[in-house]
Design a protein around this ligand. Structure first.
Ligand SMILES: [Zn+2]
Length: 245
């Protein structure tokens, strides 16, 4: 590991109690999305056939799961035996479409779940011993990237702090639904502010070399509390959530 991109003896510090009281569970974050899908679904329960409509056109426009065949099957009593003959004014049930939308929304909020904080290979690994760290070992993992590289939230959550983190320079700390916190340090630019909800992959700032560093890199931590010293292996954590790293 070259000397650049490492820390010099960062001082132990806390992330601020006041910020930590901002609590948001995954459910609270997912609700607005599901709510939006539900609202859409509620208004799409029935569809009134217009001149020029075909079942496939409607199925596509209304995002009916199973396509026109399903739409036809669900509305055979209205349409009759010929799927090619639908008449303006006929009311079609889009019940399954509504369901499909809600399901898709829920699926995307639960599977999109975790991403890498930056597109770069891992540099200085977690727990590497060294006198340059106040705890005697590296409390996060480093990704050596040039200043200005987009940094992404690894999962949905709420920003509990975004600002000067002392030795960490400009940093962002995000609380996630599972109670863990992710920290992104030495940023050149902050793209979020405290209290803001983010999704997995939301750009939260740009990498940099602020704070106590010898070169630009992203210092990334996962913690079980907002406080320094409650770190866990960030790479293992991401891998446990399906991230290839
Ligand atoms: Zn580091």
């Amino acid at each position: 590991m070259p000397a650049q991109g490492k820390h010099r003896r960062p001082k132990s510090h806390r992330l601020g109690r006041a910020a930590a009281v901002v609590t948001v569970g995954g459910a609270a974050l997912a609700l607005p999305l599901i709510g939006a899908g539900g609202a859409q679904a509620a208004t799409a329960q029935t569809y009134t056939v217009k001149a020029g409509d075909t079942l496939s056109k409607i199925a596509k426009a209304e995002n009916v799961e199973g396509g026109w065949k399903k739409l036809y099957a669900d509305n055979k009593s209205v349409i009759g035996s010929d799927a090619g003959l639908i008449k303006p004014g006929e009311k079609l049930t889009l019940g399954s479409a509504a369901k499909a939308r809600t399901t898709a929304t829920q699926a995307s909020t639960s599977t999109a779940a975790y991403v890498k904080p930056v597109d770069a290979p891992e540099g200085t690994p977690y727990h590497q011993n060294g006198s340059m760290w106040s705890s005697g070992y590296h409390t996060g993992t480093d990704f050596v990237v040039p200043t200005g590289t987009p940094i992404k939230a690894v999962a949905a959550g709420t920003v509990v702090s975004a600002g000067d983190g002392g030795a960490y320079g400009n940093q962002v700390v995000i609380q996630h639904a599972d109670g863990h916190y992710s920290q992104y340090a030495h940023l050149s630019q902050l793209g979020v502010s405290a209290g803001q909800a983010v999704s997995a992959g939301t750009q939260i700032g740009l990498s940099g070399a602020t704070g106590n560093v010898t070169g630009p890199h992203l210092h990334f931590e996962i913690r079980t509390t907002p406080d320094y010293g409650s770190d866990v292996d960030p790479v293992a954590y991401l891998r446990a959530h399906g991230v290839s790293i």
